[in-house]
Design a protein around this ligand. Structure first.
Ligand SMILES: [Zn+2]
Length: 171
């Protein structure tokens, strides 16, 4: 699976890359991925080109395939720092704001609609691969609601060259 940022100027904060690198768990995989993009020690406070992070994700897909990357995305969603004292609805309500705190990316929006008390609709046009994004959202939701499930709707998908994906999270 190849993902290309449609915004080569986008940047990402090192803390997100650090969580991903830690989630690679197997030292050998982490070493290969970090070497591939020529990153040594990651500074959590520094901004890196978004493209570097997308290349890390692509390299990981190459090395450990989709099932392996799903496990990593699960760990990323599980470890992603969340604001204290929020519930699932509050978290997803500020998701776009949180995305922009960690990504310097004027071209992307995570549009969240609290559709009903147990249903959230997310429209995302971030440069992330669909499957990666979807898994991270689901794992974040599960931290609040163990029964949470996610599914994709609509005809457009970033996996098949679309600009955005629309997901529904229920619990
Ligand atoms: Zn999609």
């Amino acid at each position: 699976m190849i993902c290309n940022s449609n915004n080569p100027d986008a940047k990402i904060k090192g803390d997100v890359i650090a969580v991903f690198a830690e989630s690679l768990a197997v030292d050998e995989i982490a070493r290969i991925v970090l070497e591939d993009v020529k990153l040594g020690v990651i500074d959590p406070e520094k901004w890196y080109p978004m493209d570097v992070y997308l290349r890390m994700i692509n390299k990981t897909y190459e090395l450990i395939k989709e099932d392996g990357v799903r496990k990593i995305a699960e760990t990323v969603g599980h470890r992603a720092p969340l604001p204290p004292d929020v519930d699932i609805v509050q978290l997803f309500s500020i998701l776009n704001e949180k995305y922009h705190e960690h990504h310097c990316d004027d071209n992307s929006t995570i549009d969240v609609d609290i559709t009903s008390p147990n249903l959230i609709t997310i429209e995302s046009d971030t440069p992330y691969p669909c499957e990666f994004d979807k898994t991270v959202y689901l794992e974040m939701a599960k931290r609040f609601q163990k029964s949470a499930a996610i599914y994709e709707i609509g005809n457009e998908c970033r996996k098949t060259g679309g600009k955005k994906c629309i997901y529904k999270i229920t619990w």
